[in-house]
Write a protein that binds this ligand. Structure first.
Ligand code: SF4
Length: 453
């Protein structure tokens, strides 16, 4: 499952942390729009929680909802997966030996053997399973850092997680491959914060410190913060995070996302210049930095071609075809006066099924009067799904898995169509290729997996 997670530990009981977690979740909304939840701790009543399906400002629209989430410690999560049973929404809360709430971003790859460890209990989700394993390890008096370290040794998979116990201990863990991001920050000596992306830390007024390193654990309680490099890092950072998932104001794996996207636009212009075009447009929002940089490199004007209507909905990760179509219409209304009569370079962030691109090209050409539309994509061809929890559709839905750029060009109705090369992406990222996961672009996955139910 794709998600965005946060944990904030206040070192004074005066803090009302639910409000900060709420703002943090708003900043993470782009990582998941189906469910969200917050769990807090106040040292008196155990754990307080509120979670539901919907966007963050819908789920927490009533002021008393946040008021009732008492305490100076809080964790929270947004996810990409709709859940009919509200009790299954993250953060999971398990009634193990030590009541524990946990949220995570990622995918567990040895579910079967892990289930055996907590038998006869039957966790209903990966988050419940992880919370139970952690809770059971605490039972014998193990320190939470040691418990998290043992958990890391047993769990095979790709995950960043944050857990909060009824005793007020908060633990954050990033797996040794670091596929999923996790950042750490603080507000002086007042509070510590871990979050999927550094933009969260900025938004709540704290100071970003660094990434949580792959294989690293952070522990917080009333009196201390502890950090342990439990397992040697073996980085396999998700390249798709840098191209598409993360916000441009975040720093992920020590790389500013904005800078990477500018480099991508420049390299795209070097690789696939549309010489005769007279205007460069970017599909909002992710592709705007690509398009600005493409235009600068190509020496062509950059224009604003679209206005977004309604909420910022990520159409590629909505779960049904109907919602995807609604998402496309809400997302982009082209500006006719900017487009009419021009030869346009349309820069997009990724083309997954091709549905959005086809609709957009069709609108630009047939309704807005574009003379030519040349599509340039700021990611390499996506040819296989992601086994590590990112919502990439199955192979038979991926247009690049079946068609050449020329064929895609015909299908979407463009005058020309090109993706960024994998070599170009690696150059833009500035991270050694051996430290990256490029699985959905190459079909070669760096971490072994088989589907275990
Ligand atoms: S397969 Fe793609 S989306 Fe999944 S972790 Fe690798 S690069 Fe990221």
């Amino acid at each position: 499952m794709g998600s965005g997670i946060v944990g904030i530990y206040g070192f004074s009981k005066l803090w009302k942390m639910a409000r900060f977690v709420y703002y943090a979740l708003l900043a993470l909304q782009h990582r998941g729009q189906e469910t969200c939840g917050i769990v807090t701790y106040d040292g008196k009543g155990g754990l307080y929680s509120h979670k539901a399906g919907g966007l963050v400002d819908q789920v927490f629209s009533q002021p008393e909802t946040l008021e009732n989430l008492r305490g100076w410690v809080g964790i929270g999560c947004v996810t990409t997966v709709a859940e009919k049973d509200p009790s299954l929404i993250q953060p999971a809360i398990v009634e193990g030996p030590v009541r524990t709430a946990l949220c995570f971003d990622g995918k567990i790859l040895n579910l079967k053997s892990l289930r055996g460890k907590v038998s006869p209990l039957e966790p209903r989700s990966e988050a419940e399973l992880l919370a139970l394993i952690f809770s059971q390890k605490l039972e014998g008096g193990l320190h939470p850092v040691e418990a998290a370290s043992q958990l890391m040794g047993e769990v095979k998979g790709v995950y960043s997680l944050v857990a909060l116990t009824e005793r007020g201990e908060m633990v954050a863990v990033r797996d040794p491959h670091g596929v999923k991001p996790l950042a750490i920050g603080s507000f002086g000596f007042d509070y510590g914060v871990v979050a999927s992306e550094s933009c969260v830390i900025d938004v709540i007024g704290a100071d970003f410190k660094s990434d949580v390193q792959p294989g690293e654990i952070y522990y917080f309680d009333e009196y201390s913060i502890e950090r342990r490099q439990a397992v040697k890092p073996k980085p396999k950072y998700c390249a798709f995070e840098h191209v598409y998932l993360a916000r441009p104001d975040s720093i992920v794996n020590e790389v500013p996302i904005y800078n990477t996207r500018i480099s991508i636009g420049e390299i795209l212009a070097e690789e696939h210049l549309a010489e005769n075009a007279d205007l460069v447009l970017g599909v909002p929002e992710t592709a705007i930095p690509f398009a600005v940089a493409y235009a600068q490199k190509a020496g062509k004007p950059f224009g604003l071609g679209f206005v977004q209507t309604g909420r910022r909905i990520r159409s590629a990760i909505k779960p049904t075809q109907f919602e995807r179509l609604v998402g496309v219409q809400l997302k982009l209304n082209p500006i006719k006066s900017a487009i009419s009569g021009r030869r346009i370079v349309l820069v997009d962030d990724s083309v997954v099924r091709g549905t959005t691109t086809k609709n957009t090209v069709n609108l630009m050409r047939n309704k807005m009067g574009a003379r030519e539309v040349h599509v340039r994509v700021g990611s390499p061809r996506i040819v296989t799904p992601c086994p590590y929890g990112t919502e990439v559709p199955e192979k038979d839905e991926l247009i690049a898995a079946h068609l050449s750029p020329g064929e895609v060009s015909k299908v979407v109705g463009a005058d020309s169509f090109h993706w960024l090369s994998i070599k170009g992406l690696v150059k833009a990222l500035g991270i050694p290729r051996k430290n990256l996961c490029l699985g959905c672009f190459t079909g070669k996955y760096p971490i072994p997996f088989k589907d275990e139910k």
